[in-house]
Design a protein around this ligand. Structure first.
Ligand SMILES: [Zn+2]
Length: 60
């Protein structure tokens, strides 16, 4: 594992790799109902709606 420096930057926004729009926000959707609700989230660009990644649901 190579080391790298983590720098927190809130003054710039990440860009969508698909449409290059700045991501001021990221939309997400959860699949499944009931017990499965919120366990798998799909994150997507609010501009082009392409999927940026999948992951665990947002903790409440
Ligand atoms: Zn996009």
């Amino acid at each position: 594992m190579s080391e790298f420096t983590l720098t927190k930057r809130n003054d710039i926004s990440p860009k969508c790799p698909h449409c290059e729009e700045e991501l001021g926000e990221v939309f997400y959707q959860t699949k499944g109902r009931g017990l499965l609700e919120g366990r798998n989230a799909i994150y997507y660009c609010p501009s082009c709606h392409k999927v940026l990644g999948v992951g665990q649901g947002v903790a409440k």
